[in-house]
Design a protein around this ligand. Sequence first.
Ligand code: NAI
Ligand SMILES: CC(C)CCC[C@@H](C)[C@H]1CC[C@H]2[C@@H]3[C@H](O)CC4=CC(=O)CC[C@]4(C)[C@H]3CC[C@]12C
Length: 369
Amino acid sequence: MAESIQAPMLVYLVTGGCGFLGEHIVRMLLEQEPRLRELRVFDLHLSSWLEELKTGPVQVTAIQGDVTQAHEVAAAMAGTHVVIHTAGLVDVFGRASPKTIHEVNVQGTQNVIEACVQTGTQFLVYTSSMEVVGPNIKGHPFYRGNEDTPYEIVHKHPYPCSKARAEQLVLEANGRKVRGGLPLVTCALRPTGIYGEGHQIMRDFYRQGLRLRGRLFRAIPASVEHGRVYVGNVAWMHVLVARELEQRAGLMGGQVYFCYDKSPYKSYEDFNMEFLGPCGLRLVGTRPLLPYWLLVLLATLNALLQWLLRPLLLYTPLLNPYTLAVANTTFTVSTNKAQRHFGYKPLFSWEESRARTILWVQSTEGSGQ
Ligand SMILES: NC(=O)C1=CN([C@@H]2O[C@H](COP(=O)(O)OP(=O)(O)OC[C@H]3O[C@@H](n4cnc5c(N)ncnc54)[C@H](O)[C@@H]3O)[C@@H](O)[C@H]2O)C=CC1
Ligand SMILES: CC(C)CCC[C@@H](C)[C@H]1CC[C@H]2[C@@H]3[C@H](O)CC4=CC(=O)CC[C@]4(C)[C@H]3CC[C@]12C
C-alpha cells in the first residue's frame, strides 16, 4: 500500500460497522483514508445513516449479514484488501447466553479468519478489549500497565473469555498463507472503556440521573481508577493500523496494542461526571453511600433474581457481581507502543473529546436516541 497519486484502489470491510465504535470507524475511514475505493459495511442490523454516506466519492456498500454464518462472511469479503473486525456481542449483563456470546465472538472471528484465507484478504485488524487482560476475578489492580506488564489473567465471565479466545485466534493466524500465497498479517487493538457520541451506558446513566432529580449516588470509591478512551481516537487507531500493516508487517504482525489517549485517570463515576456534570447532574457523596459488602449482596441478589426469573423474563440490571468487580478494580493503561510501532498520536485532545461527548449527551435529552 505504498503512497501514490494513483486512483483510489483499496477495498475495506468493517464488520459491526453500524455499532457504537463501528460507526466511528466507518466515518473515520471515509474522512482519513484517501486510497479507499470501496467501503463495505457488514452488520447484523443496518442503520439508516449509511444511506447518507452513499452519495460521497467512495462506494459504500451495506451488507446485512451474520458473522456466525461462514458463507455470508466469505461472500462479503471476496475482493477486499483489509478487514476490520469490530462486530461482537458486548454483554456483561446476562442479556445473551454464554453459547450465543461464544458463537458471535469466537466462531464469528474464526469465520472472518477462514474467509481471509479463502478469499485472499491479506490484512486483518481485530477489535479486542482490555477485558482480555483484566480486571481478573481476584480484583488485582492493573495500575498504569502496558502490553508487557505481568498480570495474572483469570477469566470466568463469558464475555472476557470469548474476547480472549478470539484475540488468540487472530494472533495465531498471523503468517497463515491466504489465497494467492501471501501471508496473512493480523493484529489486535485492546480499547479500555470506550466513551463518546453513541455510548449507550452513558446515556442510560444520564436518563437515570434525570429521573432522580439531577442526582447520581456514588457507589465506587473515587480512588479506584478506570481506564477510558475516546471513541474517535479508538477509530483513528484502527484506521492507522490498517494503513500501516503492509509497510510494517514484520513489526506489527501478531501484535497487540492497548488503545489510549489523553483522557484523565479517574474512577468510572467521576469520569462520567466530566460529561454528566455540565449536563446538569450531580454526583452525591465524596465516599460511596452504601458499604461495599451491601453492594456485593445486592449484586448477588440481582444475579439470583436473574436466574430465577429467566423462564419468565430477562432481568438484566447494570449491577451484578461481574460489573461490580470491574468497576471496583483499578485498571489503567500507560503505554506508547502504538506510537512507537505505527506513529499513533491521538487525533482528538481530551478537551475536544470531552466537548463532543457533552454535546452528544445534551442532544439525547428528549430525543429517542
Ligand atoms: N464498548 C466498549 O467499551 C468496548 C468495546 N470493545 C469491543 O469493540 C467492539 C464494538 O463494540 P461496541 O461498538 O461497543 O458494541 P456495539 O454493540 O455497539 O456494536 C457491535 C456491532 O456488532 C454487530 N453484531 C453483533 N452481532 C453480530 C453478528 N452476529 N453478525 C454481524 N454483526 C454483529 C451489532 O449489530 C453492532 O452493530 C466489540 O468487539 C467489543 O468487544 C472493546 C473494548 C471496550
Ligand atoms: C454502580 C455500578 C457498580 C456501576 C456499574 C458500571 C458498569 C456497568 C461499567 C463499569 C465498567 C464497565 C466495563 C469496562 O469499561 C470495560 C468494558 C470493556 C468491554 O470490552 C465491554 C464493556 C465493558 C465490559 C464495560 C461494561 C460496563 C461496565 C462494567
